[in-house]
Design a protein around this ligand. Structure first.
Ligand code: ATR
Length: 280
């Protein structure tokens, strides 16, 4: 019987992870199954116990269970400890469960694959929730000149600065405090767009040749990317490549083979555009 993997979340119907791992298996010839499982709130532990007792080898975890997965793991990687969340569980040969986080490295690899430079650059990240906490360590690992965290609730950005200040030059501020400053790379890590809301940003934040990245993705440009385009930004990306990148890291952790991400991103993008055209 082939090894089995799954993604747990709620909701989960929209998850692209099974399709991504199917592409990885086709590329690499690995024999495994990967399914998506809707887990009721409060039922994470029961569902994970049942999955692993049934022979499951690994899980991806999406909203709202990343903290449950953090607690579930018998041990966690240092980067998962810092991120305070786990999106990847690995069943070791001794039966114990390791928790890791692959979101941040997925995002940074996506930027590097697109040829974006982060080293020595001025970075701005919008938001200070769980998603942003998860990407700070790998971002700072690229040794930017500095990284500013701007958030609606300033205290949350200040807390992140406290927790990560040993890894690089970090500052917290409110959105209004951004006026008059310029950045080389701006990353949207707020959930504003998901609620149909917009972050109100001052004009002229973009340095020449800057790049803008939205950690969320959609069939059409997100509100943040539309703002960036209006501000004259030429290098824009949503977070589809981050999703595929975190999946590739998971696949590597489980199967010890690194799949190619670019053809998978291209294929998913093609399908998303196609289904949007059909719907309109
Ligand atoms: P996630 O796991 O996606 O990071 P989260 O931890 O709830 O979710 O964090 C959501 C982030 O989006 C927070 O930084 C939040 O700002 P606050 O800390 O002030 O709540 C930010 N956010 C959500 N809606 C927003 C909006 N309309 N404008 C600006 N920021 C918003």
């Amino acid at each position: 019987m082939s090894d089995s993997y799954a993604v747990f979340g709620n909701p989960i119907a929209q998850s692209k992870s099974p399709a991504i791992h199917r592409h990885f298996c086709e590329q690499t010839g690995e024999d495994m199954t990967y399914t998506k499982q809707l887990v009721a709130e409060g039922e994470f532990q029961t569902a994970a116990d049942a999955f692993f007792a049934d022979g499951g080898r690994g899980l991806n975890i999406t909203s709202p269970f990343k903290l449950d997965a953090f607690q579930y793991a018998d041990r966690r990687t240092p980067r998962a400890e810092r991120a305070g969340a786990v999106n990847l569980l690995i069943k070791e040969n001794d039966g114990s469960i390791t928790g890791d986080t692959s979101d941040g490295v997925g995002m940074v690899n996506d930027m590097l694959n697109m040829g974006w430079e982060l080293g020595g650059k001025k970075l701005l990240i919008l938001g200070a929730g769980g998603a942003v906490r998860g990407v700070l360590e790998p971002l700072l690992g690229q040794q930017p000149a500095n990284l500013t965290i701007a958030n609606r609730t300033l205290a949350k950005a200040e807390q992140l600065v406290k927790d990560f200040h040993d890894l690089g030059e970090l500052k917290a501020c409110s959105f209004d405090d951004l006026a008059g400053r310029q950045f080389d790379v701006i990353i949207n890590g707020t959930s504003a767009g998901l609620h149909g809301e917009r972050v109100n940003l001052p004009a002229n934040l973009l340095a020449p040749d800057s790049a803008c990245y939205d950690m969320s993705y959609a069939a059409e440009p997100t509100g943040f990317l539309c703002w960036a385009e209006r501000e004259g930004c030429k290098q824009l990306s949503d977070g589809l490549g981050m999703l595929v990148g975190q999946a590739a890291e998971s696949f590597y952790a489980w199967r010890h083979i690194r799949p190619e991400v670019v053809p998978v991103i291209t294929e998913l993008r093609r399908k998303m555009t196609e289904s949007k055209k059909k719907a309109s």
